[in-house]
Design a binder for this molecule. Structure first.
Ligand code: DAT
Ligand code: MG
Length: 180
């Protein structure tokens, strides 16, 4: 079970002794942060987007409504602080609560970015969430962490340790394990 160290900083995943028999996790299992933006809520797309992650086999380890503040958004979008659209982006993100989700899976950060698609929905690959359901920025439906390092920071930004859940599913051995 020493191969569980990859999630150090995010708390223990399996309480001692509760690891399913025969299950051996791949060392590159990760967690990532997703925010479903106000346009996803307004357009009744929350379920459709969550369903895509479920079908992929990513495990939802946290999920809640978040009322974003100007301060939280200034930190979250600090890489865009000098952009002319910074203020309107923050206003947009405060129009309704957002849905915060933490997903877990092998190479999860990159997988989720692929499923989400490019920032500009008109350039995003067909089949991605942004390409299939949106047309413009900032209303491109969803935020997803863009690197393993940022994912760790962003999960901590929006979720407390006791809001992250570890639980066993019978499908873990197929979706997380090295084989049957
Ligand atoms: P991403 O969300 O793909 O990680 P980002 O971090 O560069 O992209 O930008 C964050 C969000 O800011 C993006 O999802 C939508 C908004 N945004 C980006 N470029 C924009 C632009 N030119 N005009 C308006 N909003 C923009
Ligand atoms: Mg980004």
């Amino acid at each position: 079970m020493s191969n569980l160290n990859y999630l150090s900083g995010l708390g223990p995943i399996w309480p001692p002794g509760l690891m399913p028999p025969g299950l051996s996790y791949m060392p590159d299992t990760q967690r990532t942060l997703v925010l479903l933006k106000p346009d996803a809520l307004q357009r009744d797309l929350l379920g459709e987007i969550i369903r895509r992650f479920e079908l992929k086999g990513l495990k939802i380890v946290a999920l809640k409504f978040i009322r974003l503040s100007d301060e939280m958004l200034t930190e979250h979008y600090s890489h865009l602080a000098d952009k002319p659209f910074f203020a309107s982006l923050k206003q947009f993100m405060m129009q309704t609560p957002v849905v915060g989700i933490v997903l877990e899976g092998i190479d999860c950060v990159e997988s989720v970015r692929k499923i989400v698609g490019a920032t500009n929905p008109r350039s995003a690959d067909a089949g991605t969430i942004r390409a299939d359901f949106s047309m413009n920025v900032p209303s491109n439906l969803i935020h997803a962490s863009d690197s393993v390092e940022n994912a760790v920071t962003e999960v901590k930004r929006f979720f407390k340790e006791d809001e992250l859940f570890s639980y066993e599913k019978i499908t873990d051995r197929f979706q997380f394990g090295e084989g049957i």
